[in-house]
Design a protein around this ligand. Structure first.
Ligand code: NCD
Length: 307
């Protein structure tokens, strides 16, 4: 039985196969409408979510399966003190696969050890968010036609942003990837990513504070929200929350074939005036997220691809 806890749980070849399957689902959705008939997905969300939980549910429903679950810790037995390992043992009796989001880093990993069904990490604290990464990879591959030889700007909260950590981990496996890491000094990427991933693999990267300066060289700009819920004190959050605002003027500095991604939710970091720019890809990214999760559910449940 396989789980998805970290983007590296799948090899580059397996990710390619998964993205190919997701692209086929995008082209021929009707072919897949019953491949998971009778299967159940449990969504165990101990932290707020709109896209991730609902895109998992939408994915399973589009495959013909059904869904059950909870959307906050307060509405589950966690509020009574139940451990994640007990909860997952119970859920294993109700569902065939589960997606778990938890504020504690490593909680989905603990669950996987005690689980009788595949566990998908749907975000654990400031650590990883592998299904957002699969979504990001599908978006980049669909828009740029490749996952190698790209200059990727990551902007905003690189310290607490789990989508950034997962995306860096996944992209360093492709050749010719360069990163421009754009953040205030307080929100730079954690040392374990800088040293154990970027430095250890000899990846080209620059850490800068100025977004304008970085714009002209980027193939992809990945904007992120300052992660309010992970700050220890509100003053720091208020000081940093509007540190970057992508607007039309900044977009004018970028290439014609650059694309802007954002895992969403957006707060202030992308001005709504950018939404009409053909290079704004964040709502298309949401749609790709459904196809990728459909492909992932099929892969982990070992459902045959229909002919
Ligand atoms: C992200 C997350 O939860 O980490 N959202 C998402 O799943 N698309 C990004 C965020 O909350 O800023």
């Amino acid at each position: 039985m396989r789980h998805l806890l970290n983007p590296l749980d799948f090899s580059v070849e397996e990710i390619e196969a998964l993205l190919d399957l997701a692209s086929d689902i995008e082209k021929h959705p009707q072919k897949y409408a019953h491949v998971c008939d009778g299967k159940k997905l449990a969504t165990l969300f101990y932290e707020p979510s709109t896209r991730t939980r609902l895109s998992f549910e939408s994915a399973m429903l589009r495959l013909g399966g059904s869904v059950l679950g909870f959307s906050s810790a307060d509405s589950s037995s966690a509020a009574k003190g139940e451990s994640v390992s007990d909860t997952i043992r119970v859920i294993s009796c109700y569902a065939d696969i589960c997606a778990m989001r938890h504020p504690k880093e490593g909680a989905p990993m603990v669950a996987s050890v005690h689980s009788g069904i595949p566990v998908i990490n749907a975000g654990d604290g400031g650590h990883q968010h592998p299904t957002q990464t699969l979504t990001d990879l599908m978006t980049i591959r669909s828009l740029k036609g490749r996952l190698d030889n790209l200059t990727v700007g990551l902007c905003g909260d690189l310290k607490f942003g789990r989508t950034v950590h997962s995306l860096i981990n996944a992209l360093v496996r492709y050749t010719g990837i360069r990163f421009v890491l754009i953040s205030p000094p307080e929100l730079r990427i954690p040392d374990y990513i800088r040293e154990d991933v970027l430095e250890a693999k000899g990846i080209e990267y620059r850490e800068v504070e100025n977004l304008d300066e970085a714009m002209p060289e980027l193939d992809i700009l990945y904007m992120t929200r300052v992660q309010k819920e992970r700050f220890f004190n509100e003053e720091d959050y208020i000081r940093m929350k509007d540190c970057y605002i992508l607007d039309r003027q900044k977009m004018a500095l970028a290439r014609e074939d650059m694309f802007v991604l954002h895992p969403l939710p957006r707060v202030n970091e992308i001005s709504v005036e950018v939404d009409d720019d053909p290079r704004a890809a964040y709502f298309r990214q949401v749609q790709y997220g459904v196809y990728v999760r459909m492909a992932l559910i099929m892969t982990l449940l070992e459902v045959e691809k229909p002919c």
